[in-house]
Design a protein around this ligand. Structure first.
Ligand code: PGA
Length: 244
């Protein structure tokens, strides 16, 4: 039985005071440990240390939103996987469609980053997903399978890797695929990844309190990667408690 993972992707949002308050609010709600899922928050780099402090002693894990593929060196502005581990992070989001688009990240680069994450003892959350025109032309499964093939790390296992399926057109738009469409892609990801029944596959893209329950009830949806709705404690918690 896979334990679901509810992960908040804060993206480039939050200054110190609101970030710490948000993290502390989530940690407080998670304290009784009555929730049925793992909880993760991924703030921007600037808030990582204070977020780790704010959730210490709770069951909430902290992750980064990206890392460099190298351990250290002349890479101005970058942060390595080992630096994230050093701060107390346990996960790192990699290959988010915003990074693929804004920074031209390729599958090969994402794979290299995922390998560096594994080497640093971080669980990579590898993101894949089709654009609207790719979906409209019936290419979703082919595109997502190709991204998976190119970006999954060598030597990954179901315990050490998480995959997030995020249709690009569903991110921040309020639109989502149908439940059948989500299940179809997740089942394909499980099959093509070769990582088996223990692999956790998150759905991301406009997941919110009003649709979380039905999405999280799908057989191959093992949690959510949540953007906008992770910035409000009540909404994020409503999604976490929607886990069956
Ligand atoms: P959204 O973002 O929940 O705001 O659609 C999800 C994501 O990009 O991870």
């Amino acid at each position: 039985m896979r334990r679901k993972l509810i992960a908040g992707n804060w993206k480039m949002n939050g200054l110190l005071a609101d970030g710490v308050a948000l993290a502390a609010g989530v940690a407080e709600l998670a304290k009784p440990r009555s929730h049925k899922c793992d909880i993760l928050i991924c703030p921007p780099y600037t808030l990582l240390i204070e977020t780790v402090r704010a959730v210490t002693g709770s069951s909430v894990a902290v992750g980064g939103q990206d890392c460099h593929a190298k351990v250290s060196g002349a890479h101005t502005g970058d942060v390595s996987a080992q630096m994230l581990t050093d701060l107390g992070c346990r996960y790192v989001i990699l290959g988010h469609s915003e990074r693929r688009a804004d920074h031209g990240e390729s599958d090969a680069l994402i794979k290299a980053k995922a390998q560096s994450a594994l080497a640093a003892n971080l669980t990579p959350i590898v993101c894949v997903g089709e654009t609207e025109s790719q979906r409209d032309s019936g290419k979703t499964l082919e595109i997502v399978a190709g991204q998976l093939k190119g970006s999954l790390p060598d030597g990954g296992t179901a315990e050490k890797v998480v995959i997030a399926y995020e249709p690009v057109w569903a991110i921040g738009t309020g639109r989502t695929p149908t439940l059948d469409e989500v299940q179809e892609v997740h089942a394909m990801i499980r099959r093509e990844s070769g990582l088996g029944q223990g692999l956790r596959i998150l759905y991301g893209g406009s997941m919110k309190p009003s649709n979380a329950k039905e999405l999280l009830a799908l057989p191959d949806v093992d949690g959510g990667l949540i953007g906008g709705a992770s910035l409000k404690v009540e909404d994020f918690w409503a999604i976490a408690t929607a886990c069956p």
